[in-house]
Design a protein around this ligand. Sequence first.
Ligand code: PLP
Length: 411
Amino acid sequence: MPFNFVKKLKNILEVDIGVVVTEDLDPRKINAFHQCYRSEMGIPWVLPIVKEIEVLMTNEMLVCQEELPGFGLNSFRTAVTELVLGKDNDRVANGHVLTVQSLSTVGALRMISEIAWKQLKLRQIYVPDSTWAGDHPTFLAAGFPKPKTYRYYDHDKHELDIEGMIQDLQEISSDAVVVFYSCCHNPTGCDPTPKQWKRIVEAIGATTLFPLIDLSYQGLASGDPDIDAFPIRLFARLGIEMAVCITFGHNFLLYNDRIGAAMFFVRRPDDIPPLKSHLAALIDSMYGIPPYHGAKIVATILNTPKYYEQWIGYLNKIRNQTQEARNNFVAALKRFDVPGNWNYISKGTGMNAFINLTDRQIQHLILYHHVYIRTNASLNVGALSDDKIEYVAEAIADCIKEYPAVEESDK
Ligand SMILES: Cc1ncc(COP(=O)(O)O)c(C=O)c1O
């Protein structure tokens, strides 16, 4: 039988924890492993405006079963371009920008890495030394070798290693993609300041490196989508050729709709038609027609002033609650005398916090306390209600007491 020949793949990612966490039925279980937001009640939340628009859709006022064009819903594509770049952007006016609907960030990454490998002939990808590794399988599938890293996070000072980062960026060879995160860096929660972004863009501008900017949390760092898109607008202003991948999973809480976009920035409008032809072929070979539901919801919210205003309100609610969870987590770690200075967690952005635990401590946290975090010692604080924060902090204190040694071999 042909399936006899199929060999199990070695796990590239944390797939096993993802499976174990769903199978663990212990009532104490806390899932701080996933990337989703939870309300103050600790439960999944659907934005009320999303429900309202869905009612309009089921009442057939907005329903559509006509095939969408391969590049997606046009009202969605123009709204996304404006959300990312603001109104009246020069690069858009000059025909330098192509925005294509995608299956969230992962789908956008698939398109971008295929184009980067096959058409731009780029041969290496660089990612921060602490990074979200969920994009690595997509890079590998496109043909790239294992990503290399540039210095990003100083684990002792818990801040951006800006000097190391600039130095590394200047030394990267020219046929490379360099991945950046516009805001809410996963897993460190540490973003460059506007001043640091200016230094980064200067370093990149002097090279022919191809920036790939991940915009998966627009609005969730500052509460203002314009501020969180600052790095992209800065790169765009300098005429840099680059790509941006976007998901509306996090900022519209539309995780399952798989709605996002890939943006391509070229220097000459004439470069758009060949690019389009390759993207069309790629989309045809992957899924043909993009999904309508999430695109219509996002487009309706972005294009309707009443809904847009309410969305900004919800963004701020999510952002403020997450920030409060970060502060409460720090206070709880201190209450349980967990050794270390945890204040950096309060200063971070987004849902993720880094907590320097060793592999042994993480294992104890998962197996004994049923608290699931990621193997890179980061957890989703945004998923934790106050009572859960208390339990997690106490469990961490116990892990450190139980396995105090932080040996190099243990990391
Ligand atoms: C930085 C980053 N990019 C991309 C994603 C993936 O988003 P999506 O599943 O909506 O494609 C995540 C989700 O965890 C993320 O943290």
